[in-house]
Design a binder for this molecule. Structure first.
Ligand code: ZN
Ligand code: ZN
Length: 189
């Protein structure tokens, strides 16, 4: 589930074996140019996989879900871990969206998306965005409007819908409906 490039993978692997090392040591062992290494270290620290202290780098165990600590690429809001999407771009960068509403809007407008994982609303596990099932416009409004929540499968989504309303949709359907609603919305202003 980690989206690190090969070089960052090597850095992590080295530190996992050693537990900790100085930046200099990592640079010597792996032969990574200083500027590149500092960039890699910065992104690994942001992703919570490395910790820096007393001039050394310390390996951090991955937590179950590793979301980049970033704001939503679509609306700029803080990312709610209950509804977050983790988006992998073709150029290797990673982006986050606050909820399926923003995530699907972003994916439909941004051709450079390679893949994305979405957090299911009931269990907090990450799923491939295309295989997840969505509920649009339920009564549960916890992020952007119209509310779009994600579920692991259609059984979960239907049970949720029975209690909180809304429409159960596939990825493609959710993206279409959302884009339609959003274009009506901006047209009326
Ligand atoms: Zn957003
Ligand atoms: Zn949102």
């Amino acid at each position: 589930m980690d989206y690190f490039n090969e070089r960052q993978g090597l850095i992590l692997e080295y530190l996992r074996e050693k537990g900790s090392a100085s930046v200099h040591e990592v640079q010597q062992k792996l032969g990574i140019p200083t500027a590149t290494l500092y960039r890699d270290i910065a992104s690994l620290v942001r992703a919570d996989r490395l910790r820096r202290s007393h001039g050394r780098l310390h390996y951090q165990q991955p937590t179950e879900v590793n979301l980049p600590l970033a704001n939503c690429v679509m609306c700029g809001a803080g990312v709610n871990p209950r509804t977050a999407l983790s988006i992998q771009l073709n150029d290797g960068r990673q982006a986050a969206a606050c909820c399926p509403h923003c995530g699907l809007m972003y994916i439909s407008r941004q051709p450079g998306v390679r893949s994305a994982l979405v957090t299911d609303f009931l269990y907090g596990k990450m799923h491939n965005v295309r295989q997840a099932v969505y509920v649009l416009e339920s009564q549960v409004q916890i992020c952007c409007r119209p509310s779009l929540l994600c579920f692991a499968n259609s059984d979960d989504a239907s049970r949720f819908q029975a209690g909180f309303g809304g429409q159960v949709l596939s990825f493609e359907q959710a993206m279409q409906r959302l884009n339609h609603m959003m274009s009506l919305d901006s047209g009326s202003r």
